[in-house]
Design a binder for this molecule. Structure first.
Ligand SMILES: [Zn+2]
Length: 170
């Protein structure tokens, strides 16, 4: 499925203070920059574990689209240590539980897009997508989705997820 969100929605969601232009980045990487800023609410960071971060996707495929990202700026899972990879998997695991509890989803897509042909949006910093799914959601989103489904709920979704993540550990 193609991305449901158009770029202008990003502005709608995050406001003018949040510009993700390359020249504004201190670290030249969107993720590294967000981790360094320390403003987790603005950056929609849900949880910081020892080796990785759980963060809402600014360009979500649907409401509840979350990513698990290592602090280390590596583009390939194979360049991470087993310890980091293991924690990322555990983080994805608890993330699924949070998403399911909050959204009552009926399934997930969990995956990594790596390399040019893999279709990764930010290839230089590897991340695991955790995406809730509902039976028939593709059709529903394609026909009705648009702004109301996600944008009006985006901050609410963050707040509800965040509250649950405050209590989890891996
Ligand atoms: Zn990075």
């Amino acid at each position: 499925m193609k991305k449901i969100y158009a770029p202008w929605r990003h502005e709608y969601v995050t406001g003018k203070e949040k510009k993700k232009r390359k020249e504004d980045l201190v670290n030249q990487c969107v993720f590294c920059d967000e981790f360094a800023q320390g403003d987790d609410e603005k950056n929609l960071i849900l949880k910081r574990f020892k080796h990785c971060v759980v963060i809402m996707n600014y360009y979500p495929y649907n409401a509840g689209h979350v990513m698990v990202i290592p602090y280390e700026h590596k583009g390939d899972l194979r360049d991470l240590t087993p310890e980091v990879r293991a924690e990322m998997m555990e983080a994805a695991n608890v993330t699924m539980q949070v998403i399911e509890d909050e959204t009552k989803c009926q399934g997930f897509n969990v995956g990594v897009n790596m390399g040019v042909a893999g279709g990764g949006g930010i290839q230089e910093h590897v991340h695991i997508h955790v995406l809730p799914r509902w039976v028939g959601d593709t059709n529903f989103l394609a026909t009705l989705g648009d702004t109301t489904l996600i944008c009006t709920d985006f901050k609410e979704v963050y707040a509800s997820f965040k509250k649950r993540f405050d209590d989890v550990s891996v």
